[in-house]
Structure formats: C-alpha cells, structure tokens
Design a protein around this ligand. Structure first.
Ligand code: ZN
Length: 502
C-alpha cells in the first residue's frame, strides 16, 4: 500500500475499533444485559457513536482521503487501492452531508418511535403511531434531499443500504418479478396442500432442537473459534471483526423448524462476515457490499440449500435420531413438502419463500410514494389493505396484522425493504453460477457436505469485501446484471414439483 493509503488506513482503524466496540455493547444489550442496564448503556452507545461520527467527518479524515485520491489517480478502477479510497470517500461524503442536528433529531425521534410503535401495535391502532411516523417521514425526506440524487428522491435512501441501486431499477426488477410471481402464487394457492404439516407443531424439546442446530452449523463450517451462538428475542447476526461473529436464535417448543431455519439463515450471514478479507482488516474494504448481498447469503443457505430435498435426504434421519421416535411416522416426501408448503398470510416474517416478495413489493410501493410526497401517512392503512387484496387475495383484519407489523419505519429505515427481494434474486443467480462452476454441489448437499459451495462463495463473493457494488459483483460472476429469471425459474420448478405430488 502507498504511504497515503497507509495513513488513511491507520486513521480508519481507529474509527473501526469504535464501531466494533459499539457492536459488542449492542450485542450484549440484546443477549445478556439485565433490563436495568439500559439507561447507562444507551449513554455509552451515544458517546461512542458521537466519537466515531466526529472522527469520520473530521477535516483530518477529509485530507487523508484527498491525499489518497491524489496518489491513486489513474490506477485501475477495481484495484484494491482505488476501491479502498472510493469506499472511504463514499462513507465520508455520506456522513458529512448530514448535519449533526438532523442526526440527533433522527436518533431522538426513533428512540420515541420505538416505544410508541410497540404500544400502537399492541392496541392495533395506526392513529397512535401516525404522528411520530409523519415526523420520521419528514426527517427521511430531508435526509434524502441532503444526500441528493439525480433521479427519484427515494434513490438517496436506497443507496444507504444498496449502493448505486436506483428506484427505477427496483421498479423494473420488481415489475418483472410481479408478472411471473402473482399468477404462480394464485395457481399454487388454489391447489390443495401437498402435505399434512401438523407434525411440525408437536412438542419438541428445545435442548434437542439446539443440539441439531449446532450439528448443522458445524457441517456448514461455522467456525466456533471465530464465532458463537446465543439466544435473543429476535434472531440476528452481528460481526465485530471477521474473527468474532455472533449469531442468535430463539427456540419454541411447539415449532420444530423455526429455530433451525433461523439458525441456518443467520449462519449464512455469519459465513459472509467470517469470509471478509483479513488482509484488509479495519480498512474501508473489510465490509460487506450491501444488505442485498448479505441477504443473498442467508437466503441461499436457508432456502435454496436448507429447504431442498437433497438437504433433508441427509438430515431427516439425523433429525429423527435427535427426537427419539417422535418423527417416525414422517417420511422424506411428506417432510420436504411440509417445509415447502405455501399459504398467503398477513405477516411478512412468517411468510414462505413463494409469497415473501409480495410483502416486499407492497412496502416498496408505499415507501416510494411516502418519500416522494405523493402519499400521506394517514393514507397508508387503506393502500396497504388494498394492495394485500390485490397481490395476496387477503385483507388484514386490523393494523397490527397489517401496516404496523414491521419495526423498520419506527427505526426510520426507509429504503431497507427492497434489499430483501434483491437478496432473493441474487441468491438464485449466485447458486446457479456456483453449480455451473462446481457441478458436484447438489450431490454434496445430499451428503451434508457444503465445502465446495462455501469455497465458491468465499472465492467469488466474501473475499472481495466491498470492492464492488452488487451490480458489479454479479457482472463479474455472470457477465450480466441483477436478474429475475433464475429466481423465478427456481421458484416455479420447486413449487410445481412440490404441488404436483399432492
Ligand atoms: Zn437476514
């Protein structure tokens, strides 16, 4: 590395270490901290965030970036050095454009919004949430205007989660996916269920569930010397560095598989974080590309691998051993069909692979209009319910099961939802490319061997850190852009097969 980049990296490492510390304290807060610890913890987090923000936007950091830019001018766009400086510039400009007053206003409002949202959801009362949501929408519009974009105002918010992705591109991709998906959902919904799924909700010892999950984690090569699994109210993954990646899960006695699938999902995120480039530790490049690419990893492992027939060919006998005869009456066919049964439902996080993206379309359409200014907050419930009727054929009986269900808006996270569907599209494209390169992968999965798949992901995705955008990464791998086709074909093949067997 050149001298100016060395200097930039040294400064960046200090900021990274504060961010790592924030992540440790936040993880502790979600897992082990006693409830009374919350007030001082919030103060600790606020102080460290302020420090990190101040260092990042300091004139000193700005100068270091300029020097590094001068030194890398003319070098290959995708070289490590040019990419590193680009990533630093991006983070610096983004933060620098937002005045401290706005950042504080957002933090204060989201802190209030969180508890207001919890109460409003309990009471299924959208009017109770509407005033603070209006405030958050106003702040987000201001934020989008300050960040700036050449197209739709929503572009600036999307860019926070998925660099360079535009509203127009999301509209194009979602439009195409909708054209294939809505008729497929209607067709599958009209058929009779392919399996009796009642066995999934018998009583299953949570200790045995945990033991089985740990077995799968080990087979996925989740490295317990560089990570651990704990319990939390909502499963999540957090990474302090690639050397220390934490996942959480939650168990419920009357649900055989929700903890397992969430474990596989979070492990998919964790493997990505563990695979980030160690030689670029604490530099601007030792970061995941985007939320969409992150989600592509979790979805690939959870759905494409974890809900495949091959996977259960290997693991069903092992699962049966763990539960000592409780599943003796269930065969592979029934099991596979049960984990791939689709039913339109109100709740996004409980929805199946087939209907999931319809929930995302609805949120994207509402957010885009809210931020653009053509929809007011009080119009949300009626638009929400109308679109659920159009896309899923169901209308939520109340707002708790409707537009109050997600925490994202209470967090002020507008522009986040589309990355879930982008992740699904990418998961199918990446898996397709992986088996083209290593045709043994599907056969390996039938033996519980994921090494070739993981190595392909490490080589083609993880080790690059944030050197590319998601579109650039896909272009390198497939020669084309983000596409709907592979995902749509994957869904159609799978659900036609599962439902033709009934
Ligand atoms: Zn995820």
């Amino acid at each position: 590395m050149s001298p100016a980049i060395e200097k930039l990296n040294n400064a960046w490492a200090r900021i990274s270490r504060i961010e790592q510390t924030i992540a440790v304290l936040s993880w502790d807060m979600e897992t082990y901290m006693p409830v009374e610890g919350v007030k001082p913890r919030a103060e600790q987090l606020a102080l460290l965030s302020e420090l990190s923000h101040r260092w990042l936007i300091s004139d000193e950091t700005g100068r270091l970036i300029e020097d590094a830019e001068a030194e890398t001018r003319g070098s290959d766009y995708f070289s490590i050095e040019a990419s590193l400086v680009r990533a630093a510039r991006r983070a610096y400009d983004q933060k620098k454009k937002l005045p401290e007053e706005l950042v504080t206003r957002l933090a204060r409002t989201t802190a209030q919004a969180n508890s207001i949202w919890i109460r409003a959801r309990e009471e299924a009362s959208f009017p109770a949430f509407a005033p603070v949501l209006s405030e958050l929408v106003a702040i987000s519009r201001d934020m989008a205007d300050l960040l700036g974009s050449t197209g739709h105002r929503y572009d600036a918010l999307l860019d926070l989660y998925e660099p360079d992705l535009t509203t127009a591109e999301v509209e194009r991709l979602f439009g195409e996916l909708k054209t294939g998906l809505i008729p497929l959902v209607k067709e599958i919904t009209a058929r009779k269920s392919p399996a009796d799924t009642a066995f999934l909700t018998r009583t299953y010892d949570t200790g045995r569930q945990e033991a089985f999950g740990l077995r799968v984690l080990g087979d996925m090569k989740f490295d317990f010397n560089r990570g651990r699994q704990d319990r939390s109210a909502h499963p999540f993954t957090t990474s302090f560095t690639p050397y220390d990646v934490r996942i959480t899960t939650r168990y419920s006695e009357d649900d055989l598989l929700s903890a397992l699938f969430s474990t596989i999902h979070e492990a998919g995120h964790a493997l990505y974080d563990m695979g980030l480039p160690l030689d670029l530790l604490e530099t601007p490049l030792c970061q995941p590309i985007s939320l969409g690419v992150h989600e592509s990893q979790s979805r690939l492992w959870e759905n494409i691998v974890g809900r495949s027939r091959g996977f259960w060919k290997h693991y069903l006998p092992i699962l049966k051993e763990h539960f000592h005869g409780q599943l003796d009456d269930v065969g592979l066919q029934q099991f596979y069909a049960a984990v791939n049964t689709s039913r339109p439902g109100f709740i996004r996080v409980e929805s199946d692979e087939l209907t999931y993206n319809l929930h995302i379309f609805i949120r994207f359409e509402i957010e885009k209009e809210l931020i653009g200014g053509s929809l007011s907050v009080k119009q949300i419930p009626s638009l929400w319910n109308e679109t659920y009727q159009d896309y899923l054929g169901i209308v939520p009986p109340n707002d708790a099961l409707g537009c109050l269900q997600d925490i994202h808006w209470a967090h002020g996270s507008f522009g986040y939802f589309p990355t879930y569907t982008i992740g699904n599209l990418l998961s199918a494209q990446l898996y397709r490319a992986a088996i083209d390169a290593c045709p043994s992968i599907p056969g390996d999965i039938k033996k519980g061997n994921f090494i070739a798949l993981l190595e392909w992901l490490r080589e083609n995705v993880h080790r690059h850190g944030s050197r590319y955008t998601s579109a650039e990464l896909v272009k390198n791998i497939t020669g084309g852009g983000i596409q709907v086709g592979p995902f749509m074909r994957y869904l159609a093949d799978k659900f036609h097969e599962v439902y033709s067997l009934s």
